[in-house]
Ligand binder design. Sequence first.
Ligand code: PTJ
Length: 256
Amino acid sequence: MFQVPKSHPRYESLIKREKLAEGVRAGITSFQGLIAHGRGEAFDYLIGERTLPPALNATKTAVAMLLLAERPVLSVNGNVAALVPSGIVELSRFLDAPLEINIFYRTEERVRRIKEHLLRHGAPEEKVLGDKPDALIPGLEHARAKATRRGIYSADVVLTPLEDGDRCEALVRMGKRVIAIDLNPLSRTARAATVTVVDDLTRAVNNMIRLAAELKEASRGELEKFVETFDNRGNLQSVLKIIAERLTQLDIIELD
Ligand code: PTJ
């Protein structure tokens, strides 16, 4: 991996790029994943590379939904595996939710490598699904339709970071609650999901782990209140408003 000096003003961002480049070299991340990340970075600039208040609100709702779920599942693709392998394994352990490898540019070799990577980061073998799909999500004609009955196919709540819009829509049509993490508030995924966290994947997963620990002691009633009062469209609108206001004030914002 290229050594990025800690003193570099864009250290965090460059490290994420290195992790993804390494992911491609290790056969975990798709080449297209690099392009997708670039789009995410552009939106991250627009929001100021920090967790916005509406994103934190969505994250809290997402965690409440996952804690209330009977069959929660965390979907893993090539970008997630490269960027937050330890974080997603920790979240899975905390929620007692399986990880299911579900990738758009599917090759069995890449699924195998992602699985090995998750195991190396501490995931128990029985908690990593997706290498032996036995069900299809209706209405999809690409590889992301492949699912497992023990996992995504029968889940009630699915966390889908960096999702394709059509699978998000298909999962919602199946009656599932879908939580998306997507820096683009205008994407099909962002609009179709039940809860959209408009935040960077790494920040969002770290926040989810922290909030899961905090909310673990909350009553079902309290958790249900978060979920019932959440308005995804309104939340996305708040993010857009912040971006729009930020753009009109750009000459006075201190860019670092
Ligand atoms: O591993 P695979 O084969 O499943 O491929 C994964 C990608 C990401 C290539 C695939 O799912 C894809 O093509 O995704 P899209 O349709 O490009 O959507 C990715 C979305 O995630 C875009 O809206 C980006 O803005 C957003 N995004 C990219 N990087 C991040 C992000 N959101 C949060 N955090 C990021 N780091």
